[in-house]
Ligand binder design. Structure first.
Ligand code: ZN
Length: 181
């Protein structure tokens, strides 16, 4: 289990925090001994898309760590002030220079080990005028048998793509959930 210890100083007054279980709580928190502020650390949302053009899926080869050089669906941390849908579209534009129309939530994966929830939307690519952004080495369209399955960056991406092609064979798309150990 993730034990967040990212706070060292109180966000309210700057004093050094202590990690302990506050009264009435059941988990260790960063507590400020000076002003009493309790700092909570919670999982982050990673949102992405499965952009498709004529049966092929758009993938990006990562230019940044972690997993530099490996392939992924466009995805990234949801920002404050945006919806999941806006986040999926923004990340696709940033990483692949690609414009998409979302077609519904497709997968929700809990990655407890790193304190993240990954969410992917099905999407139609609106044109093929895409190009790698700052965080991508290259971007391309791949049929199922063209994907370098052993060179995918994250298990959430591998699982989502497997569900996607399985559902497409059945011509019935659902919403899929899983815990990634
Ligand atoms: Zn304080």
């Amino acid at each position: 289990m993730v034990r967040g210890r990212s706070f060292q100083h109180c966000k309210a007054c700057g004093a050094a925090v202590e990690y302990r279980v506050p009264a009435g709580d059941n988990a260790e928190r960063a507590v400020c001994p000076a002003c009493g502020t309790i700092h909570y650390e919670n999982p982050l949302n990673v949102v992405g898309a499965i952009p498709v053009w004529q049966g092929r899926v758009l993938l990006c080869r990562r230019a940044i760590e972690p997993r530099r050089g490996y392939w992924t669906l466009p995805a990234g941390f949801l920002e404050l002030g945006e919806t999941l849908e806006q986040g999926a579209q923004r990340e696709t534009l940033e990483e692949a220079g690609a414009r998409i129309e979302l077609q519904g939530l497709f997968s929700v994966l809990s990655v407890v080990r790193v304190g993240q929830v990954h969410l992917f939307y099905r999407a139609a690519l609106l044109d093929v005028d895409f190009a790698p952004g700052e965080e991508s080495l290259e971007v391309g369209l791949f049929a199922e048998d063209e994907i370098a399955w052993d060179d995918l960056a994250f298990r959430t991406v591998t699982q989502t793509l497997r569900w996607y092609f399985d559902d497409r064979r059945r011509a019935q798309f659902g919403v899929h959930t899983a815990d990634i150990a």
